[in-house]
Structures are given as C-alpha cells and as structure tokens.
Design a protein. Structure first.
Length: 359
C-alpha cells in the first residue's frame, strides 16, 4: 500500500509541551485539525533525533503518516501512547532505531511485571507495526520484535470490571438522583453509556447535531458512521438535559450547538467544552460510590460498555446482535462478555443424552 507523504506543518513555539494525543479531541476534530494534532504529538516524541522537515522520508514524517492511517481516533491515541511509553523506556539504553531483539526481550520482561497479558500484547503489536512501517520505507534496518514470543491472551475472558444486574439498576437510580446541579447531564450521559454500549470516545465526540429523532449518530471505530436507536427513556433524558442547558444559556432548544455533553461553569472555567474520558470516569466512580457498588474505585467507561454486552447476553440477545451493537469485527471478542459461557446449565451433554433417549 502506498501512502501520500505530505509535508508536516511547521512546528510552533513550545511544541514539546503539547499534551498527549486525546482520542476525544481527535474524534471531534476536522481532518486538518486531526493532522495538526498528530503532527504536534509526533514532533514532541523523545528519542527520534532532530526534526528534518526537508527530509520527505524522515522518521518524524513517517511516524505521523503511520498514526494518521490508523483506523480510528481511539487506535491512533492508543498507538501514540504505546510508542511514547517505549521511547521513554529506551531513554539512554539505546537509540530506538538501532534496537536489537535483546532490547525487545528486556522491554517485554519489564512489561510482563507490570501489565496484564492483553496490555502487553497490545503494546508489542503497536511497536511491531511501527517498526514494520519504518522498515518498509527504509528508515529502520530491522524490526526487533520479529520472532518475539508474545503473551497468550484468553479470547473467551475479559478482565474488565462490569456491573451485575442489581448493581446496574442501582447505578442508574443513583445517576437519576445525583444531588449535584448536573443531575440531568449525569442521568442522560450515564444512561446512554450503560444502555447503548457505545465507546466513550464516540460519546465525547458527538455533537448536539448528532442527535436525531430517538437516534444518535456516531463515528464508530474504523471511521464508519452509524445511527444508534435510543430507548425512549434515554432519548427523553437527553432532551431534558439539552432543553435545560439551552434555557440556562438563554437559547431555544433548536438554537443549541456544540458538544452533546458539555462541561459546566466552574471557577474561572466558562464551561461549554467537550467532556473527556477522564471527567466521565470520575463521574462514573462518584455515582458508583453513591450506589454503594464495591468496585466503584476501579469502574471505567469501558466497564459500562462491558456491562451492556453482558446484560444483553444475559437477557437472551443473540450473540450476532450484540456483536453488531458493540461494533466487534470478531464474534470471539463479544463472547468474552458472556458471563454464562462456561455455565453448567449450558453444557450440551444433557441435550445430547436427552436426544438419544427420544423414541
């Protein structure tokens, strides 16, 4: 595959202090803005040597192209984070482009001590993709991860912490009873995440104009747009929140624009900005504490997505339908959320015996 290698934007002052790539900002940005964000993040990466803007095939330019061609904003942000972690690890050990298999083995050993197998496998896959891309363009001389034994990942199990049926009910009740002034936003946002199974980056990137008649259109992983039907209570909760937000801004509901879920005024901050995953994570954990859920300190937006899939399967939804709702390319990914997958009640031996006994 051939990629067009456009010139990078001229670096700005204080570029090295740019914040890490955010999936939320990338998802909400225009193509030109997305390119600028990626450019700034790449030029601030450590360990890649001086920036040569005149070099059409330099490591910075190619790394930016590699990130721009990832299938989704979430993947782009994750790949950038994984690469940044590795480059910081390299430090004074070795120049990244001169790394050998032994360096990769040492990195793997340290990752294994700190992270779950799925995280280790993802980080190694990121680096192998990056080295492979540079190798294909004659910038790197080797891919030190080739032949490296990666940890096995159980595709039928997810380590993500989710909610039981009773906990999910208590969680939604606590969200609807949020004592803070943002109660309407809390009920709408958390109800949406728990009942639709959307990725948090998709919800953060959604705008008021993404909302239709009981539908929400988001750009899913891979860049495809999809309209999700909203359950009437969730659609009503979102409309109540937006109507209240418009009223407080002195606008008619039809005049309201901006992000679907916006920050509130706080101290010197005027509010109205797009909420990010960290703010939503804090909100989820606060509401989970109010609901007396033991796992509150570890609950995440992905935990609500996990809960949606598990509850849908518990309720008897077909695996294919849940797979489609989650946007999974592989049904094995969806099966990891099935809490009754290995239940004795689902074992096929009794069915086979009953069938043999039929006259």
């Amino acid at each position: 595959m051939v990629y067009e290698l456009d010139p990078l934007d001229t670096p700005r002052p204080m570029l090295a202090q740019q914040p890490p790539l955010s999936a939320t900002r990338l998802a909400a940005a225009s193509p030109a803005e997305r390119r600028e964000l990626i450019t700034a993040a790449v030029l601030a990466l450590p360990g890649l040597g001086p920036v040569e803007l005149t070099d059409r095939y330099g490591v910075h330019r190619l790394t930016a192209v590699w990130l721009r061609t990832r299938p989704s904003p979430a993947t782009t942000a994750a790949y950038h984070g994984d690469l940044l972690h590795f480059l910081r690890w390299c430090g004074r050990r070795r120049e990244p482009l001169c790394a050998y298999r032994a360096d990769a083995e040492e990195y793997l050993a340290e990752l294994t001590e700190r992270y779950a197998p799925s995280t280790v496998a993802r980080k190694l896959a990121t680096l192998s993709s990056w080295y492979g891309f540079l190798l294909a363009h004659d910038v790197a001389t080797r891919n030190p991860l080739i032949g490296l034994k990666r940890p096995a990942v159980d595709r039928d199990h997810s380590a993500t912490i989710g909610l039981s049926r009773a906990e999910a009910t208590a969680f939604l009740a606590a969200a609807g009873a949020d004592p803070r002034p943002v109660r309407l936003r809390t009920a709408a946002l958390l109800g949406l995440l728990l009942t639709e199974g959307l990725r948090v980056a998709d919800v953060c990137a959604a705008g008021v104009t993404s909302l239709g008649h009981r539908t929400l259109t988001v750009r899913r992983k891979g860049g495809k747009r999809r309209a999700y039907p909203l359950a009437p209570p969730i659609a009503a909760a979102i409309e109540d929140y937006l109507a209240d937000r418009a009223d407080r801004a002195g606008l008619a509901r039809e005049q309201l624009t901006g992000p679907l879920f916006a920050t509130e005024r706080s101290g010197p901050h005027p509010g109205g900005k797009r909420m990010d995953r960290w703010a939503i994570t804090k909100l989820i954990r606060r509401i989970a504490r109010d609901a007396h859920i033991p796992a509150a300190p570890k609950l995440t937006p992905h935990g609500l997505r996990h809960t949606f899939a598990a509850l849908a399967l518990d309720a008897g939804a077909a695996l294919r339908d849940v797979q489609d709702a989650m946007g999974h390319a592989d049904p094995r990914t969806t099966r990891a959320y099935d809490r009754t997958l290995h239940s004795v009640d689902r074992h096929l031996a009794p069915r086979v015996l009953a069938y043999l006994d039929e006259k």
